[in-house]
Design a protein. Structure first.
Length: 479
């Protein structure tokens, strides 16, 4: 095996890695930094952020790099303790730094981001996939230097992050979502305990945590075993008769399964109390962010309250925050609108156009093109929770008697379901962007308008095609 030369060895801590950097300016490396343009003029990378620093984020320590001419030790190491983060900010200020780039590593970046943002630095949170090191450049020291150099030449774009107040709302909303997910697990535990006792209650009522289901299950935990007495607790809207419910409530009543059922009920109630606390917190936070004090018009949706909906008037709170009623868009109820606004906030000025917004949500086709040939138009994967909420709203439009519902069904005639949901979610995202940026009011034009619009488009295309083939289309007289 050949021995590694000194020129290929890893530089020491604090040493500049600019000797192997392909992004050097023309003055530093004319051969690699310049290229001839069409008109014979030289083109080179120019410094977009000369006062930029890069931070390699870690769980227990952070490596920070500044330009080599700012300090004798341009790369320094700081622990994750708060006092060291303040020392980091002091050192960056002493080096004349105004822009900082860091990777979004787990949740370790959040304290660093908040400290630097509070101290007045412009902080860019960049995607780790966009700053992958080139071959042979993988260490904590080299990572932070690589971030610093890429940021200096303006080759990194910061991730979207709403304002501090909206981030707080988003954190509580995500906590509420997590609690709902954990509460649902204990609903499954109830069903499992009932099935193990051969109590087939889930086969005669649709929801064991509904009014009838909870009455019967809590009576069982309290000691009632008579199926006919338990069946009398049914709500009048239940389709199953008392006799059917009584038959489903004949089981083994084993003690170990009754014990598991009682614990599942207790945990279900505990999570319900925590969810109610989240609702109270969200109500107070949204009330503090209100920019107006009027109320939206009458709610166009009529029906019973959803099971997991917030226990406050989220529609009015969102209207007073954003100035528009997002629930007028078919498919967006108060819960979905609250989820979307908590993720993106009311200010979308960071997105230049609606196309940028849809691209951030990963709801638009991909653009993998090479040699004029489209390699793939597949929509990219994303864990964006606002996009997930819009996809769920799009899936609910399948049977909607609205223009968006007609649009869904028209696409479903020629596309598979995942593609239809993505396309309709993209349309919902465009509507949300339009309402939040222009302050307009959404008006549903109905199924007939969408179908007539589609018919006119088909007729126009057929007319153009017939004309290209040398024919003229004429309407047939109605007899």
């Amino acid at each position: 095996m050949a021995r590694k030369s000194k020129s290929q060895s890893k530089p020491r801590d604090g040493a500049s890695a600019s000797g192997a950097n392909p992004l050097l300016s023309a003055d530093a490396n004319p051969k690699s930094g310049q290229r001839r343009g069409r008109r014979g003029k030289s083109a080179a990378f120019r410094l977009a952020h000369p006062n930029a620093a890069g931070i390699d984020i870690g769980g227990s320590e952070h490596f920070v790099a500044v330009p080599a001419d700012r300090d004798e030790r341009p790369v320094r190491q700081f622990t994750s303790f708060t006092d060291d983060l303040e020392k980091m900010a002091d050192w960056l200020a002493a080096c004349g730094i105004d822009t900082v780039a860091m990777e979004s590593t787990s949740v370790y970046w959040i304290p660093v981001f908040e400290v630097l943002e509070r101290r007045g630095f412009t902080v860019y949170l960049v995607n780790a996939r966009h700053v992958k090191s080139v071959s042979g450049r993988k260490s904590d020291v080299l990572d932070c230097q690589w971030l610093q150099q890429l940021m200096s030449y303006g080759l990194l774009a910061g991730a979207f992050r709403p304002g501090g107040e909206i981030c707080a709302v988003r954190a509580v909303m995500r906590q509420r979502t997590m609690l709902l997910r954990m509460q649902a697990r204990h609903v499954q535990h109830m069903q499992k305990a009932l099935t193990q006792m051969n109590i087939q209650l889930a086969n005669v009522i649709s929801d064991v945590v509904g009014e009838t289901g909870q009455r019967i299950i809590r009576a069982i935990v309290a000691g009632e075993r008579d199926g006919h007495r338990l069946a009398k607790l049914r709500n009048s809207r239940i389709k199953a008769s008392e006799a059917e419910i009584a038959r489903s409530l004949v089981g083994t009543w084993r003690e170990e399964h009754l014990f598991a059922l009682a614990q599942a009920i207790e945990l279900f109630d505990a999570y319900a109390a925590q969810i109610a606390a989240c609702d109270s917190k969200l109500d107070a936070m949204l009330a503090a962010l209100a920019t107006r004090d009027d109320n939206p018009g009458p709610d166009k949706r009529k029906g019973h309250r959803q099971k997991n909906a917030p226990r406050f008037d989220a529609r009015t709170r969102l209207y007073r925050l954003t100035g528009v009623d997002l629930t007028r868009i078919d498919g967006l109820d108060a819960s979905t609108a609250l989820k979307v606004v908590s993720e993106i906030g009311p200010d979308l000025s960071r997105f230049k156009t609606v196309k940028h917004f849809a691209s951030w949500l990963k709801l638009c086709p991909g653009t993998r093109i090479s040699g004029g040939k489209v390699l793939s138009a597949r929509t990219g994967r994303s864990g964006n929770q606002a996009a997930q909420a819009l996809r769920l709203a799009a899936a609910a439009l399948r049977n909607s008697q609205s223009a968006l519902g007609a649009y869904y069904r028209r696409l479903a005639a020629r596309l598979d379901t995942p593609a239809v949901i993505t396309a309709v979610a993209h349309k919902l995202a465009r509507l949300v962007y339009s309402l939040l940026t222009r302050g307009a009011e959404y008006v549903d034009k109905g199924v007939a308008f969408e179908e007539a619009r589609h018919r006119d488009r088909q007729l126009r295309n057929l007319t153009l095609k017939a004309k290209a083939l040398g024919f003229d289309l004429a309407p047939r007289p109605v007899s």
